[in-house]
Design a protein around this ligand. Structure first.
Ligand SMILES: C[S@@+](CC[C@H](N)C(=O)[O-])C[C@H]1O[C@@H](n2cnc3c(N)ncnc32)[C@H](O)[C@@H]1O
Length: 667
């Protein structure tokens, strides 16, 4: 575009756009007083404030004068707004005013149609405004490409455009749909921004909050995630389209572009899992969380994705928790019948112990924290090895087979179009299905009822002292009789899987073992239904619902009958011939099984199907010679894994007798 820049400061009078002038779903502008009240009442002092689901950034903006802010949102349209209002980079206000003036008075007749007018005329905007928006946005891009404006100046102009178009859009405040009425002839008017100055330099991000949280530290971390199934990238796709300006193909009546990469986990069924992971990784003195009580009546899409139980149990791991409530009129999409809701803020004062724990766990294993841990401790130990194993798996797998899946620690954590977990033990498979099929609240209630019926301990409510126990000698003595009663009840009616689930929770090391008659035969363990078990149950339940994963009773030999393609991948974790685990104590896995397995894998290898096999090559001075010979004959690759067995009673390591755990791959 060719134009001359004329300075025209007088044009705008005193009109400006202020940051909190936007209508935005879940905006907390009206709640700022409530956040202030809590901070004052609790005597919270702070020098940094992180708003990691910032939306309009009205909350971060509230503290911008007084401390260093960290501001983040997954949407790029929001990120430009933060750059415009908060960044420190110099801007040439006269140049920007002249551009705004020029944009407001463009003679659109002189221009051809553009991407925006072709796609959005007579939808959210009339034809004239759509054309003007397209011309302006393209000009901003051109000016930036030609180095006439800086990145912050680009952000400034895009922000002014977003605020201006939002004011005239033919919507109820979001872009899920436009109103089917005659579009009024409104005038698009870009205004200068009302920028506050602060002596503090902010940190501005556009990331998934769960990724960001691993990199930042702040006195207060404020968390205001989406509450329900409505994705923000759906509601604000048009602003994202303007911000990204990739001129993408748009679809459907609402003219949305492809948004898969912008979908938030917090709008999905697995929100609780993402939330738990976020809280685990926070390094802060205080955590403040806004989370609405959406109730259970009304529109299904409006219902809260994270239960109070999940919020509280995650926060209680970090420190002392208080909940504050106030009545609040929420800006909704207009579909929900529940507008007068209680807005709650959860405050967690992070304890010294939790901070220490976090630093320690980061040092110990920075990758492990992101993995779901199965509540069934069947094959033992694979969860700890996951970071080392998964890094060898190929990308873009169609079907992932987790053979000998046990608790499905591997299957539940991999990325593939479809995941099929195969296991011979029907009880294990049925338990996995039970956990997948029912929601957590239901399972939780069933377990609590069984605990009550059989008189088992509830140390999570009453503490160890109540049972005359401490954490080193454990609860075995107290639970022994009740546990044996529960074990008999299950062995007498093996269809009662909820009894088995509870039995495992109270059994030795949470393991599963059946004798030759098929009866569960493990003794009582030291622990009970504690926080980490509940967390594992919740996260497994959510991940199993989120992924396309299924569990099947199947002997590994049946793999031969399944049509497997070269885009699929097979992971196998068979019982080890060198006999480390409780399930092989009865010698259920024999040399013939081992040979059948190798024969099958060699056949799959010939068909070009990729696999990875876990095993132990050496244990207590013995080498698995069959395995070693087979690897050498076929030229497979051995990856030595680093496992510290010293804390496990059945995984021994002495100075002379090294245990070598390996992953064998054919690629
Ligand atoms: C309830 S709104 C926040 C409202 C904000 N406090 C305000 O006052 O405007 C939730 C925000 O979280 C963002 N979001 C959703 N998932 C996210 C994720 N995984 N990481 C970062 N931001 C996310 C959405 O784009 C949305 O802007």
């Amino acid at each position: 575009m060719c134009y001359t820049i004329e300075m025209n400061d007088a044009y705008f009078g005193n009109s400006t756009f202020s940051i909190n002038q936007r209508r935005y779903l879940g905006s907390k502008t009206k709640l700022l007083f409530f956040i202030d009240e809590i901070i004052q009442k609790e005597n919270i002092t702070f020098e940094t404030f992180a708003d990691i689901f910032a939306g309009t950034a009205t909350v971060a903006n509230h503290f911008y004068d007084n401390c260093k802010i960290i501001v983040n949102d997954i949407l790029q349209s929001n990120n430009y707004i933060y750059w415009a209002f908060f960044a420190k980079d110099k801007i040439d206000q006269k140049k920007l005013n002249a551009l705004l003036d020029f944009y407001n008075t463009i003679d659109i007749e002189k221009y051809d149609g553009n991407y925006f007018s072709q796609n959005f005329s007579n939808t959210y905007f009339d034809e004239k405004n759509a054309k003007q928006i397209g011309i302006i946005r393209q000009d901003i891009e051109d000016l930036f490409d030609r180095n006439i404006i800086t990145f912050r100046e680009k952000a400034y102009l895009i922000t002014s455009l977003i605020y201006a178009l939002d004011k005239i859009a033919n919507t109820v405040g979001h872009y899920d749909a436009y109103r089917k009425v005659n579009i009024e002839n409104k005038k698009l008017c870009l205004l200068p921004l009302n920028i506050k100055l602060s002596k503090y330099t902010p940190q501005i991000y556009c990331q998934d909050a769960n990724e960001l949280i691993k990199k930042i530290e702040s006195d207060i971390v404020y968390i205001d995630p989406p509450y329900n199934s409505r994705q923000y990238c759906d509601a604000y796709h048009l602003l994202e389209n303007i911000a990204g300006w990739k001129k993408e193909k748009v679809f459907g009546i609402a003219k949305k572009m492809e948004r898969g990469h912008l979908k938030s986990k917090y709008n999905m069924k697995s929100a609780g899992l993402a939330f738990g992971d976020l809280i685990d990784n926070i390094r802060a003195k205080y955590i403040l969380i806004s989370y609405n009580d959406m109730g259970i009546s009304g529109n299904l899409r409006s219902q809260a994705r994270i239960s109070d139980y999940e919020i509280l149990s995650a926060l209680k791991q970090k420190g002392e928790v208080k909940v504050f409530e106030t009545a609040f009129k929420q800006f909704t999409t207009g579909k929900s019948s529940k507008k007068d809701l209680k807005e709650r803020i959860f405050l967690c004062k992070v304890s010294f112990a939790a901070k220490e724990r976090l630093i320690f766990s980061f040092k110990l294993n920075p990758m492990a924290s992101g993995f779901v841990k199965s509540p069934l401790n069947y094959t033992g130990g694979k969860h700890k090895l996951l970071p080392q194993i998964i890094k060898f798996f190929p990308q873009n797998i169609d079907i992932f087979y987790d053979v000998f899946c046990g608790g499905a620690n591997v299957g539940i954590n991999v990325e593939a179009k479809k995941i099929i977990c195969l296991e011979k033990n029907k009880y294990v498979v049925n338990l996995l299905k039970l956990i997948q099929k029912n929601n957590f609240e239901y399972l939780h209630k069933r377990i609590l009822n069984i605990i009550k019926d059989f008189g088992l301990s509830q140390s999570f409510i009453k503490g160890y002292g109540f049972y005359g126990a401490n954490s080193s000698n454990g609860l075995g003595q107290f639970n022994k009789t009740a546990f044996l009663k529960l074990r008999d009840a299950f062995n007498n009616d093996k269809s009662k899987l909820d009894l088995l689930l509870t039995l495992i929770i109270y059994s030795f090391n949470n393991q599963i073992r059946f004798n030759a008659q098929g009866d569960f035969n493990l003794p009582v363990g030291k622990r009970d239904y504690n926080g980490s078990l509940r967390k594992n149950l919740i996260s497994f339940n959510q991940a199993a619902n989120e992924k396309s994963i299924s569990f099947k009773v199947c002997d590994f030999r049946e793999l031969e009958k399944i049509k497997i393609s070269q885009k699929d991948f097979i992971y196998l974790d068979p019982p080890y011939l060198l006999g480390l685990a409780s399930y092989n104590e009865l010698g259920a896995w024999k040399e013939t099984d081992e040979k059948d397995l190798y024969c099958l894998l060699a056949k799959l290898n010939k068909k070009g199907i990729r696999f990875a096999l876990s095993n132990v090559l050496k244990h207590k001075g013995k080498t698995n010679e069959i395995l070693y010979k087979w690897i050498k004959e076929n030229d497979f690759i051995i990856h030595k894994l680093n496992y510290d067995y010293k804390n496990s009673s059945y995984h021994l390591r002495t100075k002379n007798d090294e245990t070598i755990e390996v992953l064998i791959t054919n690629y």
